[in-house]
Design a protein around this ligand. Structure first.
Ligand code: SAM
Length: 380
């Protein structure tokens, strides 16, 4: 019965225009996703999680829908449940696999084994000997290994921090990360052969980033962002719940005041928001705040900079802005948004990234040495 579901999933993803290679269609239709997703979690309106698994009504249909599914939760110190692993939306997975331009014999390292489903797709396409996958979650890796073995696949899996890659198995032709990084670790460049590709979501804080496909060209990684935005969960430093991104306390009443007529939000304008990071603190955390009936979107930086933007505008279309600290976060977003507007709102595919061994990350428009360049602030 699952084969019919998998066939329909292949059909749906192909109809979306992201599945063009018959080899990947065969993988999508030949690897049973339900084996890798014996249960998943859905968030209720009150924030709690409901678990659905084998035998529950709708489980199989959901597993073969083109949806990302949360598959593992962990408790934070404050007692909240947060997502630590998920099965990526199949359409996105296939889009990334096609972007890797894989050929027979290519050796691939995946960072973020998760359920093992993607490792299964890779093993179906390339054979066990060419597939390597690591995850920081030891329990996740054990479960993935078992599921893969049940289906007759035996790629190399390891429970380790993907930041270090998998040096003993290098070099690779391709590295694909299914968790986001604030900066591309140079260890990955060292482990990918010259001419090889690294595909990863580079993201600074909420919404500020996208998938980028980087080619190793001598001593640099360089390439363009994916035309379609996609986002992954952030890489964790340990096999525990990530420390929650707490917005810093802000003093709304005593902040400086201004107004804005910009009818755009960072969370729906990821591209200018990402470009704006070049002049922002290293990590800006996003939140909401309700106060005296007014709703505010808040942004707080790790250097004490903050701003709050009223979600509702007045009768003239202006919204109130309050801010404090060394960097004017909203002003910077507004400035970059205006510049992006003036440039004719170029899409992600016109932007690229160059990474060098010193960790320098430079974004550019159209050409690496063109007139429009932005550098990401270095990480500590
Ligand atoms: C979106 S899930 C991966 C989905 C997976 N590829 C699949 O097919 O199910 C992201 C994964 O990245 C893993 N991860 C987070 N931080 C990591 C790190 N430092 N090193 C390796 N894996 C990490 C998480 O544990 C999680 O399983």
């Amino acid at each position: 019965m699952w084969r019919e579901h998998a066939r329909k999933l292949g059909e749906r993803v192909a109809a979306d225009g992201v599945l063009t290679d018959p080899m990947w269609r065969a993988a999508l239709e030949g690897v049973p996703r339900h084996v890798f997703v014996p249960h998943f979690f859905e968030q209720r309106r009150d924030g709690s999680w409901a678990k659905k698994g084998v035998g529950d009504a709708g489980w199989l249909e959901t597993v073969y829908s083109d949806r990302p599914l949360v598959t593992a939760l962990a408790r934070t110190e404050s007692g909240n449940s947060v997502t630590v692993s998920s099965s990526t939306k199949p359409g996105l997975m296939v889009r990334m696999l096609e972007a890797l331009e894989l050929r027979d014999g290519h050796r691939v390292l995946e960072i973020g084994t998760g359920t093992g489903y993607n490792a299964g797709l890779l093993a179906h396409r390339l054979g066990d000997a060419c597939v390597f996958s690591v995850d920081i979650g030891a329990g996740l890796v054990d479960a993935a290994r078992e599921r893969l073995a049940d289906l007759g696949y035996a790629p190399t899996l390891a429970a380790t921090d993907g930041t270090a890659g998998l040096p003993d198995a290098a070099p690779f032709d391709r590295i694909i990360a299914t968790c986001s990084v604030p900066a591309v670790p140079w260890t990955w460049a060292r482990q990918v052969r010259d001419g090889g590709l690294v595909l990863v979501d580079v993201k600074r804080g909420s919404h500020a980033g996208n998938l980028v496909r980087l080619r190793r060209i001598g001593d640099r990684l360089e390439g363009r962002f994916s035309p379609r935005w996609a986002g992954f969960m952030a890489m964790r430093a340990t096999d525990t719940a990530p420390s929650s991104e707490q917005a810093r306390k802000i003093d709304l009443d005593n902040g400086l005041r201004s107004t804005t007529t910009l009818d755009a939000e960072p969370w729906t304008n990821a591209l200018p928001w990402f470009l704006a990071q070049s002049q922002l603190p290293r990590r800006v955390v996003f939140g909401y705040r309700g106060r005296n009936g007014a709703q505010w979107a808040t942004f707080t930086g790790d250097d004490g900079s903050w701003c709050a933007i009223a979600l509702d505008s007045d009768e003239r279309g202006a919204r109130e802005v309050r801010y404090g600290g060394p960097v004017r976060i909203w002003e910077q977003f507004e400035r970059v948004h205006t510049m992006w507007d003036t440039l004719g709102r170029p899409g992600w595919d016109r932007f690229g990234l160059t990474v060098t061994p010193d960790g320098f990350h430079q974004m550019w428009l159209d050409e690496p040495d063109g007139p429009f360049r932005w550098s990401l602030p270095p990480l500590p």
